[in-house]
Design a protein around this ligand. Structure first.
Ligand SMILES: Nc1ncnc2c1ncn2[C@@H]1O[C@H](COP(=O)(O)OP(=O)(O)O)[C@@H](O)[C@H]1O
Ligand SMILES: [Mg+2]
Length: 371
């Protein structure tokens, strides 16, 4: 889906419309048109629409946070109040802090309540009592909202199964769904964490209903769509990007959403007036460097020396590689190689595209390891 692009001009030159920062809404969200439409319909139509409850998963930089933000924007159009939290120790506090902050204004206006302190407002109006269960506290707000025809969207980013408070929120939500309340819940996380949340364990025994929720696995973006966006964005600012060079840049992103922003941003920076091949090559180089610093260095920091040794052995082959070849290269036992393979699959840095084979999950990681 391509938003209309408006390049705001200052005196000297147009602003760079690409944004290579995590979690910030890009100018155009590419490749997510279908899912965005489904979610829009869900807000628009009945409470039972399956896309009211969605679990997103994808590798780092695949666009999970950005999609949640987009969904919040849509929910606001449909008159929802939204609270957006990141899984962690203070989830419940964050949830209520946001919910009161975002509803106070709305409700006090309606009821013509003079602005009292938020705390008093919460106690008087919502009958809030922090010693009660999450489900009951939230219910009090929800019933006031729903009375006014306002729905509630909760988004939780970076979920993992042991996040304290997660199960309380999920159980409460499940209960509101059964009661036919106007609610929606969007969760996002790394694939491994999402599958942990969905698998059976003591922490997840109350999550059965989530296993029936919609699951969306975020994939790479179509090169064609990236090409078109580069072409129109650069040429709208009269940067003279040829169709051929637009394809070249799009291919360099390998469809990885974060790389779309990095390549766009650095090529734009280098090309003060017009783009040429030299600037494009330099921009792509810098984009790869930034990808290394922002994504790979951080991820590789978290793994052991042995894991790294395995990855380097893996990177010396063409992809996809046979696990047996890595074993030979490392000169270790099959049991050893299987153990490391399993551990690394859990880090999401690699995946298995077919039986006995492995590949890297993020483009350019192989090159990065080979330096
Ligand atoms: N669909 C998309 N189209 C274009 N750029 C995207 C898209 N999704 C994400 N991005 C860009 O990629 C980067 C990472 O996105 P983010 O949502 O933070 O990833 P995640 O939360 O999955 O790690 C951001 O700079 C964002 O602007
Ligand atoms: Mg994120």
């Amino acid at each position: 889906m391509t938003k209309e692009i408006k390049v705001i001009k200052n005196d000297k030159e147009p602003y760079n419309p690409f944004n290579p920062s995590f979690g910030e809404l890009p100018y155009s969200i590419l490749g997510r048109g279908q899912i965005i439409e489904k979610i829009r319909n869900a807000f628009d139509s009945n409470l039972k629409d399956p896309y009211r409850t969605v679990l997103f998963s994808g590798a780092r930089g695949m666009g999970k946070t950005v999609l949640l933000e987009k969904i919040v924007e849509i929910a606001l159009e449909y008159g929802f109040v939204s609270v957006n939290i990141t899984a962690g120790d203070f989830m419940i506090d964050d949830l209520f802090e946001q919910i009161f902050e975002r509803t106070e204004h709305l409700l006090s206006q309606k009821k013509k309540i003079k602005s009292v302190s938020i705390k008093n407002f919460n106690i008087e109006f919502f009958n809030d009592d922090t010693t009660l269960r999450v489900r009951t506290r939230l219910e009090r707000v929800l019933s006031k909202l729903n009375e006014m025809g306002v729905g509630l969207l909760i988004t939780i980013d970076e979920i993992y199964k042991t996040a304290s408070g997660l199960s309380e929120i999920i159980i409460a939500y499940q209960h509101y769904k059964r009661e036919g309340r106007n609610v929606a819940l969007m969760l996002a996380g790394l694939p491994k964490n999402v599958s942990d949340v969905l698998s059976d364990s003591p922490e997840t025994r109350n999550f059965t209903f989530l296993r029936r929720a919609e699951r969306v696995i975020l994939k790479n973006i179509d090169i064609e769509e990236i090409t078109q966006t580069y072409f129109s964005t650069f040429n709208e600012a009269n940067k003279g990007l040829s169709a051929e060079n637009a394809v070249f840049m799009a291919e360099a992103t390998k469809g990885y959403p974060f790389m779309i922003q990095l390549v766009g941003y650095y090529v734009w920076q280098k090309s003060k007036e017009k783009v040429n091949k030299e600037f494009i090559l330099a921009g792509i180089e810098e984009a790869k460097e930034r990808l290394g610093i922002l994504v790979f260095a951080a991820s590789l920091n978290d793994i052991s020396d042995k894991d790294l040794e395995f990855l380097r052995a893996m990177a010396s082959f063409e992809m996809p590689v046979q696990t047996a070849d890595i074993q030979k290269k490392m000169g270790v036992s099959q049991g050893y190689v299987q153990q490391y393979r399993q551990r690394l699959l859990e880090t999401e840095l690699i995946y298995s595209p077919a039986y006995g084979k492995l590949d890297f999950s993020i483009p350019y990681l192989r090159e990065y390891l080979n330096i």
